[in-house]
Write a protein that binds this ligand. Structure first.
Ligand code: AKB
Length: 318
């Protein structure tokens, strides 16, 4: 088979997606690519690993040729809070990196998976049951790069026939690798702090509803979309997908079912709060359900149960 390349393989989603793809398609068929961060032993020892800066096309071309890559899962990106602190870097990584990946995919050719985000929406987007096709005027650098990325992927499909596909991910909750500087990170941190300190200080305000998803569903969504019959796909590059929507008090209440004395207070970060307020409360993901069968398995209750179980073992070093 043609091999798979995962960029951003050391990151929150990439580290788990690489392992899931190795399990599914064979370890030697999945090349993990990181930029600067040292990979875990598990990632480096379970299959091929390369250091690739996606903004440099030569290295990308070399790796794609060397391994005979036919599909790229392009996860290398800067998340929303870091993008607001370093907008120039965010543009370079999120746009120039994607552009080079698409260029390599056009030349070779390769199929390309690109994650978009709830960050592709903005203050004038309908906040509730946010439609698949709606107003997208984000006012953050992250949002600007996500909308431009969606359009660029559409363009490469229409103009050059590249098999581009993608999802608008909500906040992803997981216990393997920490997210790196997003607005939805509170929903990961809260589990660590609940287990370690029985207390969490939340940086988003009570009542801030956001879409969320547990990692196993996020991985399934990517693989399912890339394996879908292209004839059924009308949207291709930016499917709304969600599994649950909650606000900080609801996740705290669910955690209290496991740790009854767990407490939470607030120290609101104006930057991340400002970003969160421009994102949907809950997206409508009907198109993903209809076009390729999206159907998440985890809700807040089942995710919390699993997160606490797995994270407790991890933090004990078991
Ligand atoms: C972030 O918060 O930046 C990401 C996202 C929702 O895209 N988790």
């Amino acid at each position: 088979m043609k091999r798979i390349l995962v960029t951003g393989a050391v990151g929150q989603i990439g580290s788990e997606l690489t392992m899931a793809l190795r399990e599914r398609y064979g370890a030697d068929n999945v090349v993990a690519a990181g930029n600067r961060t040292k990979p875990s032993d598990k990632l480096r020892d379970s299959g091929p690993f390369e250091f690739v800066d996606c903004t440099k096309i030569e290295k990308l071309q070399e790796v794609v040729k060397k391994y005979g890559v036919g599909t790229i899962y392009h996860l290398g990106a800067i998340l929303s809070a870091v993008a607001e602190a370093k907008p120039q870097l965010a543009w370079d990584v999120n746009i120039n990196g994607l552009y080079q990946v698409l260029e390599v995919a056009r030349e070779q050719p390769c199929a390309v998976f690109t994650p978009s985000s709830i960050g592709a929406f903005g203050p004038t987007t309908p906040l509730d049951n946010t439609p698949q096709d709606t107003i997208q005027r984000p006012n953050t650098m992250y949002g600007v790069t996500k909308v431009a990325g969606e359009l660029l992927c559409d363009y490469y499909h229409k103009r050059f026939g590249v098999d581009t596909r993608g999802l608008r991910y909500p906040g992803i909750i997981s216990y393997e690798t920490l997210p790196g500087g997003g607005t939805t990170d509170y929903a990961v941190e809260i589990y660590y702090k609940a287990i370690e300190e029985n207390h969490y200080t939340c940086f988003l305000r009570a009542g801030t509803y956001l879409d969320m998803m547990y990692m196993p569903d996020a991985l399934d969504a990517a693989v399912q979309l890339m394996e879908a019959d292209p004839a059924t796909l009308k949207h291709r590059n930016a499917f709304n997908v969600t599994a649950m929507s909650f606000e900080p008090e609801q996740i705290a209440a669910e955690i209290r079912k496991h740790f009854p004395s767990f407490t939470m207070d607030y120290n609101v970060d104006p930057v991340r709060q400002g970003i969160a307020e421009t994102w949907p409360n809950k997206m409508d993901d009907t198109c993903a359900r209809k076009e390729w069968g999206w159907n998440p398995k985890y809700n807040l209750k089942t995710m919390t149960q699993d997160m606490i179980e797995k994270l407790t073992l991890k933090l004990k070093g078991a």
